[in-house]
Design a protein around this ligand. Structure first.
Ligand code: PMP
Length: 326
């Protein structure tokens, strides 16, 4: 779907995957007006196909567009584009547990020019690509590096938008994490390097206590972290399952201390790609420590099963999250 100043949205069409031609002075290549989303189409227990909360992706896409001075695609147009593409490609929606058809809606400037200002024309597209299970050999805890030298987002910046530049800026920190022997980077706040924000492409959750007394905490939306749709869904699901859930600030000291005295029992990350990933160990300038006993924790796995069961149509969709497509 194209957008041109004075014309609005037009030229919606379904086309086979193919390269696109780009002018060297395409403004996206210079000024980075590029935003995207990620969602999945899941084969349901009865053979039908559904996506999970596509309206939420559409709304976040609009918020990203506003932050990058780009036009907002109406929610209905976004969802309809998802529907048409999944209908067209339904043979590619796998029928195996935890597999899906990954959808990548994105938008970028198409105007040609060298002056810095919002472009006057844009292209919205969606790519569909089958995705395997994130943990083909079973869920395994990941190791994380607490990044102090790099920040992902600062107050007033683009941290809450899903824009390409945020990911470009994260690559060097991800490489640093890998060099420290860690799977993922954990971002801290820009001012004090003390408050936990999020992980590479996932939001974080902390479980204090055990069993029925477990309290679940996730960093509050500070404006610098991405409001994950999985994060939002888990706030609800954890409440449904009877847990006390809090959105608040949580510091690296509280994390370290909680693991040391055993009050912090589980940590996990969540996002569309990995669903829920347990965090097993932490490395930082302030020391290294492990989280739990090296196995995914019971609350982590309970929430993981509950979310996957809704996405796969095996559990009742009490919140109306599934969007049936075929
Ligand atoms: N944080 C970041 C930086 C991400 O890229 C993602 C993936 N979109 C998430 C969190 C998780 O968001 P969601 O649950 O909507 O996939």
């Amino acid at each position: 779907i194209r957008w041109t100043e004075g014309v609005g949205w037009h030229d919606a069409r379904l086309a086979p995957y193919a390269p696109i031609e780009m002018d060297p002075a395409n403004m996206t290549l210079h000024y980075g007006q590029a935003i995207f989303e990620g969602l999945k189409a899941y084969r349901q227990a009865d053979g039908s196909i559904a996506t999970f909360r596509p309206e939420a992706n559409a709304a976040r896409f609009q918020a990203s567009a506003r932050r990058l001075a780009m036009p907002e695609l109406p929610v209905e147009a976004f969802v309809e584009a998802v529907e048409l593409l999944v209908q067209q490609e339904q043979a590619w929606v796998p029928n195996e547990p935890e597999q899906s058809l990954y959808l990548r809606p994105f938008m970028f400037a198409t105007e040609v020019g060298l002056g810095v200002r919002p472009a006057n024309s844009y292209l919205f597209m969606i790519i569909a690509s089958p995705a395997g299970a994130y943990f083909p050999g079973g869920v395994k805890p990941v190791s994380v590096w607490l990044s102090e030298d790099y920040v992902r987002a600062a107050p007033g910046g683009t941290g809450a938008a899903k824009c390409a530049g945020n990911y470009a800026a994260s690559l060097v920190a991800q490489a640093e994490a890998a060099a420290k022997g860690c799977d993922q980077v954990v971002w801290l706040d820009a001012a004090e390097h003390r408050w936990i924000e999020e992980m590479g492409g996932m939001n974080l959750y902390f479980v204090f206590g055990e069993g029925e007394d477990a309290r679940i905490v996730t960093p509050e939306l500070s404006g610098a972290l991405l409001p994950g749709i999985t994060r939002d869904s888990l706030l609800q699901l954890a409440t449904d399952l009877g847990y006390a859930v809090e959105e608040r600030r949580i510091s690296t000291d509280e994390w370290k201390q909680g693991n040391a005295d055993g009050t912090l029992t589980e940590v996990f990350a969540c996002g569309t790609a990995a669903v829920i990933t347990p965090v097993g160990s932490v490395k930082s300038n302030g020391g290294d420590w492990s989280v739990g006993a090296g196995e995914p924790g019971p609350v982590t796995m309970e929430l993981r099963r509950a979310l996957l069961a809704i996405q796969g149509g095996q559990a009742p969709d009490t919140h109306g999250w599934l969007h049936r497509i075929v």
